[in-house]
Design a protein around this ligand. Structure first.
Ligand SMILES: [Zn+2]
Length: 289
């Protein structure tokens, strides 16, 4: 089976990886069903990468319907250790303008009906999630962003993840602003939580498409789409440069993502059945065998 250490999950507007050569499409079945689409594995400037469109090609899954567990599991099964997610978001801050990029460092959960964990049916795991994004990967994305002299890339901010699919009311948008949220989107969760549970380094390039609805400004679909294509082109430039800057192995990284399950499995090992061991081999094999 083809392998790649770098995975990209493309959000709205990003349905394929520019400049990827020698591509192979892989259909993967997971214990949690099928991912959003086939995963395209290929080389970006000679470096293997795996690409998955979060909503499926043709945009078929709403944020609440995205099969996030299958997506992260499938990437893990290809050997992915780094996931860069690209997400369209609305800005809740005057100084974070449409067409800017923001690399969030926090998440606030405003989802209502999503399954947040891989582990169930007799296996309980509590991972630390105080810092939901990988600090190593964030740093490398920001460094790559510095080379884009024509784009403003903001370092840090809180991504409020709402359920959707409808956008916020003005009341909600203003409350989110008062509470100190910086951008709002619908897809950071449970993706970031599942990446942590799978010990994958995960960070997001948030593409600002509009000012949500707090700014009392007429937002047209045409405007949002024009901003989104500009954003996605800039995100692709960052992804391309990351192909070369990501470390070949994670042993010496300080982020701790690669050992997120150390001391996190709460269930008495004696009570973890063979069936559970087999089901979760990919994620926790090295802790329970
Ligand atoms: Zn990490």
């Amino acid at each position: 089976m083809v392998q790649a250490k770098i995975g990209v999950i493309g959000g709205s507007g990003l349905y394929n990886m520019e400049g990827m050569t020698d591509t192979v499409e892989v259909a993967i079945e997971t214990p949690f069903g099928r991912p959003s689409d086939v995963i395209t594995v290929g080389n970006v400037d000679g470096v293997p990468m795996a690409f998955l469109p979060r909503h499926g090609r043709g945009h078929r899954y709403s944020p609440s319907e995205v099969p996030a567990r299958a997506n992260i599991w499938a990437l893990k099964s290809l050997g992915v250790e780094w996931i860069i997610s690209v997400s369209a978001v609305g800005s809740l801050r005057e100084d974070v303008a449409p067409r800017d990029l923001l690399i969030p460092d926090q998440i606030f959960d405003r989802t209502k009906s999503r399954v947040n964990s891989f582990y169930e049916g007799g296996l309980v795991v509590h991972c630390s999630f105080a810092d939901p994004y990988c600090s190593t990967l964030r740093g490398l994305i920001l460094a790559a962003g510095q080379d884009l002299t024509d784009v403003k890339v903001h370092d840090g901010g809180t991504y409020a993840c709402m359920e959707g699919p409808l956008f916020s009311t003005k009341a909600e948008s203003n409350v989110n602003r008062k509470l100190g949220m910086d951008v709002i989107g619908m897809t950071a969760l449970p993706e970031a939580k599942l990446a942590r549970e799978a010990e994958i380094c995960y960070a997001t390039i948030a593409c600002i498409t509009d000012y949500d609805c707090w700014r009392e400004e007429a937002v047209t679909v045409d405007m949002v789409i024009a901003n989104l294509s500009a954003n996605v082109a800039n995100a692709q430039r960052i992804l391309r440069s990351l192909a070369h800057s990501l470390p070949a192995d994670r042993t010496h990284q300080h982020c701790g993502c690669a050992s997120a399950l150390d001391h996190a499995i709460m269930t008495d090992p004696a009570l973890i059945t063979d069936e559970l061991k087999e089901r979760y081999q990919l994620l926790i094999g090295r802790y329970i065998s």
